[in-house]
Structures are given as structure tokens and as C-alpha cells.
Design a protein around this ligand. Structure first.
Ligand code: GUN
Length: 279
């Protein structure tokens, strides 16, 4: 058996087409502000992609590149200004922040209606209450990719490898909302294979190249690879793609899987935010 490859680029184009039409129908131009602190090479690449795609789609995009040693109070002041600014509907504070900063304090200072990452306590709390407002884009991307296979999620064993605020936790909650039986594994899980081999849906978001091997995957499973690891061999996902595709039913590639879908869901989140602010 060879898995069907889930084409994230193709699926993202459909979402982007819809985003484009909604912008056309709107009287306002959506505005995005991206704040990046320090010079983390991975962050540079992610932010570059968000900036490029948003501009391509007709968004106004302001980028704030701040020095590693900016004072926390100055960053909070910038976020406060962006919270007030009418032309800005979405604010992204790219993570990780430098170690000397209180990440929760900074992220929590973004107005929930402008928090297009969905990382503030209000947005994450709404997700726990099954009252979704703005949901983290990568988690939404995973769900769209899973749903695109047409499999029924209800009652299935879903195993998430990784417990980050950005992916692992929110995707677990979204799968729970769809009535999957959810297991979250992480770096301290004693026998990872013992869990993953039972997964009908496996989401790999651990940030470890080729962590998921063929013998860890159930025959016919839907495998979503969130990993983007820069290794000596180039870009690698968290899944050993060539081997795992021999047993999985569906699998996302890296690149052209979760990545383009995340950007599409982020732009969709900005339009949701624009509606929420009403400005
Ligand atoms: N760092 C890695 N992924 C993300 C993301 O989706 N949003 C933000 N703000 N930072 C990130």
C-alpha cells in the first residue's frame, strides 16, 4: 500500500481564492502587523513568507524588526500602539522571543480581537469552551488537511506528538471537538511507539527530524507532518516520509503540506479579526 499524498499547496490555493473574494467584497483593506524580535533564522523565514503572501493577496503588512535587547516595556508600548491603530486588524508577535522576555506577558498584551495567532488566554480559553473565536493557524491547517481526506474523525484514535501552545495543544482541542479520542505524547512519553501505532490520525509536531518511523504507524493512518527541521540533508519533517508512506493511508509532504495551509489559515484569521473589530 502506498499512501495518498495530501497536497497542501493545492488545498491552500482554494482557501486563498476564497480569502481573495472576501477582500474584494469588503470596503476595507485588511491590515497585518508582524513584530519580530532579535534575529532567529527560522523566524526570519517564517515572517518573510507571511509578509510575502499577505502582500500578494492585497493585505497591508507592516513589519517591525526589533533588536534582541529591546526593553520589554518598549515592546509592550509598540503592541499597545498597534492595538489602538485602526488600520491594523491583526498582530503577530513572532515566537520564540528572546529568553530575557516574559513571553506570556507579551503575547497576552495583544488585544484578543487582533490576536490572529489565537495565542492569548481569551482565544485559547474560548477554544477550551468550544466557543472558537480565533484559532491558531497551524492547528486549523492540520484539521483542514485531515478533513480533506474525507475520513470520519468521530470516534477515531488521534495521537498528537508534541504539546506546544502553537500546535500540539490547540490541535488536540480541535480533534476533541470533532469527537476523536485524543492522546498527547511529548518528549517525556516513555514508549512513543506504543501510542502512535494505534493512531488512526497521527499529528507529528515535535520538531525532531524523522522521529516517526514506519514501524510506529498504523496501516491506513492519516499522517500529518508539522515538522520543518533544517538538517544537513536539507529540509526534513518529523516523519520519515519515504518509509511511512508505504504504510499510511494519507500523508502530508514537507514542504508543500502543512506550511502553505498555515499561511492560508492565518490570512483567513485576519479576515475573521477584521470582522470582530468591525473597523
Ligand atoms: N513561531 C512558530 N510558529 C509561529 C506562529 O504560528 N506564530 C507565531 N507568532 N510565532 C511562531
Amino acid at each position: 500500500m502506498t499512501a495518498e499524498i495530501i497536497d497542501g499547496t493545492k488545498l491552500s490555493e482554494k482557501i486563498l481564492e476564497d480569502v481573495k473574494n472576501r477582500i474584494k467584497d469588503s470596503k476595507k483593506r485588511p491590515g497585518l502587523a508582524i513584530v519580530i524580535v532579535g534575529d532567529n533564522p527560522a523566524s526570519e523565514i517564517y515572517v518573510g513568507l507571511k509578509e510575502k503572501k499577505s502582500k500578494e493577496m492585497g493585505f497591508q503588512c507592516e513589519r517591525y524588526d526589533l533588536s534582541e535587547d529591546i526593553k520589554e516595556e518598549d515592546l509592550l508600548k509598540l503592541i499597545d500602539d498597534l492595538n489602538q491603530k485602526q488600520s491594523i486588524h491583526g498582530i503577530i508577535v513572532q515566537l520564540p522571543l528572546p529568553d530575557h522576555m516574559n513571553e506570556n506577558l507579551i503575547v497576552d498584551s495583544v488585544l484578543p480581537h487582533k490576536d490572529v495567532d489565537g495565542f492569548t488566554p481569551v482565544n485559547l480559553g474560548n477554544l477550551i469552551n468550544d466557543n472558537n473565536m480565533i484559532v491558531p493557524a497551524t492547528a486549523r491547517a492540520c484539521m483542514e488537511l485531515i478533513k480533506s481526506t474525507g475520513i470520519e474523525i468521530k470516534g477515531k484514535n488521534a495521537v498528537i506528538v508534541g504539546r506546544s501552545k502553537i500546535v500540539g495543544k490547540p490541535v488536540s482541542l480541535l480533534l476533541l471537538q470533532e469527537h476523536a479520542t485524543v492522546t498527547i505524547c511529548h518528549s517525556k512519553t516513555e514508549d512513543l511507539r506504543e501510542h502512535t501505532k494505534n493512531a488512526d490520525i497521527l499529528v507529528a509536531a515535535a520538531g525532531k527530524a524523522k522521529l516517526i518511523k514506519k514501524n510506529m504507524v498504523k496501516k491506513g493512518a492519516v499522517v500529518i507532518d508539522v515538522g520543518i527541521n533544517r538538517t544537513l540533508k536539507g529540509l526534513e519533517g518529523d516523519v520519515d516520509f519515504e518509509a511511512v508512506k508505504e504504510v499510511a493511508g494519507y500523508i502530508t509532504p514537507v514542504p508543500k503540506g502543512v506550511g502553505p495551509m498555515t499561511i492560508a489559515m492565518l490570512l483567513d484569521n485576519i479576515l475573521i479579526a477584521m470582522k470582530l473589530t468591525g473597523k
